[in-house]
Design a protein around this ligand. Structure first.
Ligand code: GLN
Length: 506
């Protein structure tokens, strides 16, 4: 066996070393992403006069800034669909991550410039870069483990800690840098950190030899042809009718709603058509059923992120305006509450993963679908504390911050039951040749969830926070419970994908 081959097989703390290479790469990538994201709305709304120490902002109204922010945070994830397709069909995940990382370095680099063209170009590049990197690095984590390896879920939990370590460091450090050296130094820091991520990834290649390579070669009978799949639509009456209905609905959306929704609906229609045609083409009933159950689980994903993402919007505003943030005479800055989620993830990730692992070893219910449904319910109960907060505010004019801490704690435990589990689940259920595409669809679902979150959050100005928080609580608990009620038939559709997991050498 060659030395590189041996390096590839090395293990650390019971997992392939490649996991730690991906962990660090994603940690730096998330640092740059969340660092930049934390600045975005503040930079857009800061005055153009440069009258505070952070320098000139763009002087936009908060409505304009939030609108761009909403589209931006959705698009980064929606772009994971083409990012996944490019990997599956053209270059494999490993190269896609590399190109994504390079584009991200360029994007963050351009944002250092102060011109407005640089602002839009930088954001555009970040959208493309994340689209290429994010789904594919996640699929690569799955690729480190063989089918049926029980360590896969734990591997994803460890990877998830890397994500949040990056986001925690970013939310602390970037703010300090901006206060000292201005907005563009903050953007620049995100760029430098991404360069570190890139170097780290390149250096770690020797541990990733068998992961993320292009599965399909040219003239392979398995080669994916998206064009052909779309072409077959004209021979499939049912799918054709569904497509026409969706296109009509998109056209109506284009005409009736804010600009931007029309193209989004058309794009989503194209994705739905592709998924329908892939389903039709899959060659065994087991593959078809698994594909279907995965898509159904994405309903949970959209609902989950639609509620969870109130964190950056409505809950953030609530913290700012309705919460008593004074602790021992010091007023805690609102942004600091955004670090609670990442902090709790780092503390509880392995704890939650081992609770599930123990349950599984005892032979009790611990399927991914079950964990995801429980995750939604736990996260939903987090909103009960926000309901209490709103009640206290109505009574006394300020609510205690303990409610926020408890809400974020429940949100985080819920996230840990759903998010890393969903990533792992996708890599278990999807045929290898569509693995990155489905990871992309997953991230797009999370992006749509964020957009839904924005729309629901806005409704608070009409209905009041109490009603919105209470509504989210009820809705999420109902959805989670419904999925638990239909767990048996859903699990049947997975065709034992998770039944015989055990420790395997990878
Ligand atoms: N916070 C996680 C991350 O940054 C999950 C984001 C998501 O799935 N939309 O990866």
């Amino acid at each position: 066996m060659s030395t590189t081959e041996l390096q590839h097989q090395k293990q650390l703390f019971g997992h392939p070393i490649g996991l730690y290479v991906l962990f660090l790469t994603e940690m730096w990538e998330r640092f740059s992403y969340y660092g930049m994201r934390a600045l975005l709305v503040l930079y857009m709304t800061a005055s153009t006069l440069g009258d505070d120490m952070r320098g000139e902002g763009l002087g936009w109204t908060s409505k304009e800034a939030l609108a761009l922010y909403g589209w931006y945070t959705m698009l980064v994830y929606v772009m994971s669909i083409p990012g996944g397709m490019i990997a599956d069909k053209l270059i494999g995940q490993k190269k896609a991550v590399l190109y994504g990382a390079v584009i991200l370095c360029l994007g963050h680099g351009v944002l250092v410039l102060t011109d407005i063209w640089a602002f839009y170009t930088g954001l555009g590049l970040v959208i493309l870069g994340v689209g290429l990197l994010k789904p594919n690095i996640s699929t690569m984590v799955g690729g480190l483990y063989k089918e049926g390896d029980i360590r896969r879920d734990k591997g994803f939990s460890i990877f998830y800690i890397g994500i949040n370590l990056g986001s925690l460091l970013a939310t602390i450090i970037v703010g300090l840098v901006v206060n000292e050296w201005g907005w563009h130094a903050g953007f620049g820091l995100a760029g430098i950190v991404m360069v570190i991520g890139l170097i780290n990834y390149i250096y770690g290649q020797k541990y990733l030899i068998h992961v993320g390579n292009l599965e399909i070669t040219e003239n392979d009978p398995n080669e994916i042809s998206y064009g052909k799949l779309y072409g077959k639509l004209f021979k499939s009456p049912l799918q054709l009718v569904i497509t026409i209905v969706l296109l009509l609905a998109s056209a109506y959306g284009w005409y009736a709603l804010e600009t931007g929704y029309g193209p989004l609906f058309v794009f989503l229609t194209a994705v739905v058509v592709l998924l329908m045609m892939i389903y039709k083409e899959l060659n065994s009933q087991a593959h078809k059923d698994r594909f279907l159950v995965l898509l159904l689980s994405f309903i949970m994903v959209i609902v989950f992120w639609g509620a969870f993402e109130q964190a950056g919007g409505l809950m953030n505003l609530y913290t700012e305006t309705n919460t008593d943030r004074v602790l021992f005479g010091w007023e805690i800055p609102t942004v600091m509450f955004q670090s609670l989620n990442a902090g709790f993830i780092i503390i509880f990730a392995t704890f939650v993963a081992s609770i599930w692992a123990k349950r599984k070893l005892k032979g009790r219910e611990a399927s991914s679908l079950f964990k995801m449904a429980i995750g939604i319910i736990i996260m939903g109960f987090g909103f009960l504390f926000m309901v209490f907060a709103a009640m206290e505010f109505e009574k006394s004019g300020a609510s205690s911050m303990i409610w926020l801490v408890l809400a974020y704690l429940f949100h985080t435990i819920g996230e840990l039951c759903l998010s890393p589990v969903a990533l792992s689940f996708i890599t278990k259920l999807t045929p290898v040749k569509y693995a990155s595409l489905m990871m992309g669809v997953y991230f797009a679902a999370t992006g749509l969830g964020s957009k839904v979150a924005g729309i629901v959050g806005e409704a608070a100005s009409d209905f009041g926070e109490y009603t919105i928080f209470f509504g989210i609580l009820i809705f999420t608990v109902i959805i989670g419970t419904l999925f638990i009620l239909i767990l048996k038939p859903l699990k049947r559709l997975t065709h034992n994908a998770e039944e015989n997991e055990r420790i395997l050498e990878s």
